[in-house]
Design a protein around this ligand. Structure first.
Ligand code: ADP
Ligand code: 5GP
Length: 210
């Protein structure tokens, strides 16, 4: 059985409330694993108080001590994830890697919008396109592209968070994901990080208004 607190965020204590008439938007970042979307998303959310990170539910193990339940993900069991699918609690969900489920909870978006902020999502490509279909013009889809597959391999290795087999499955999937870049509203090439961040900030400002 899931407990209601299993998907409450770590920082849920005191939050502002949305002004009357506020319509929350979604900014969805998609990329092959290792392209740098977490780095870009964390920067945006950390520097722009109008934005909040949408914490996904997932069934993979936490990465050592670097990840926290309710901050990076809601780490839940496969059984709980399946029960939540049955109860139609997800906007979208995917088995991103074999046996590893990831999904965006409707309650998570409502939680963010209730605070008057726009949601920033870090999703795989299929999930991103599902969100675009679900929310239409209320969502901006941004594809983050690595400069090359070699650079992606180097980044995944240097990040030192995944096993060799996890890195090879991520690289295998990356070739396929790159073919979807032109289905997004915008593409940011993450070669030089400050340049990529500046481009992402510009896209966000244009989408939600300065
Ligand atoms: P993702 O969320 O897409 O899996 P991360 O944000 O975790 O990717 O980035 C993967 C690794 O690459 C991290 O170690 C990060 O510090 C590094 N990185 C991110 N952007 C760049 C860049 N422009 N140049 C070099 N390394 C980068
Ligand atoms: P990681 O295990 O490296 O944190 O994430 C693996 C992949 O899952 C990344 O491409 C990430 O964007 C994606 N992901 C994270 N949360 C979700 C989600 O809620 N839905 C979908 N479809 N993908 C997600």
């Amino acid at each position: 059985m899931s407990s209601p607190s299993s998907v409450a965020p770590v920082d849920s204590a005191v939050q502002p409330t949305a002004p009357a008439g506020f319509v929350g938007k979604l900014i969805v970042f998609c990329a092959p694993s290792g392209a740098g979307k977490t780095t870009i998303v964390r920067h945006l959310v950390g520097h722009d108080p109008r934005l909040a990170f949408s914490i996904s539910a997932c069934t993979r193990d936490k990465r050592g001590r670097t990840e926290e339940h309710g901050k990076d993900y809601y780490f839940i069991s496969v059984e709980e994830f399946r029960a939540r699918i049955e109860r139609d609690e997800f906007v979208e969900w995917e088995e991103v890697y074999e046996g590893a489920y990831y999904g965006t909870l409707k309650t998570e978006l409502e939680r963010i919008w209730a605070t008057g902020r726009h949601a920033v999502l870090d999703l795989d490509v299929k999930g991103g396109l599902s969100v675009k279909r679900y929310f239409g013009a209320r969502a901006l889809g941004v594809f983050v592209k690595p400069p090359s597959l070699d650079a992606l391999a180097d980044r995944l290795t240097a990040r030192n968070t995944d096993s060799a087999s996890s890195i090879s499955s991520r690289l295998y999937k990356a070739g396929f994901e790159l073919t979807f870049a032109d289905k997004f509203d915008a593409v940011v090439v993450n070669d030089d990080l400050p340049t990529a961040i500046a481009q992402a900030e510009k896209l966000v400002n244009e989408f939600i208004g300065d």
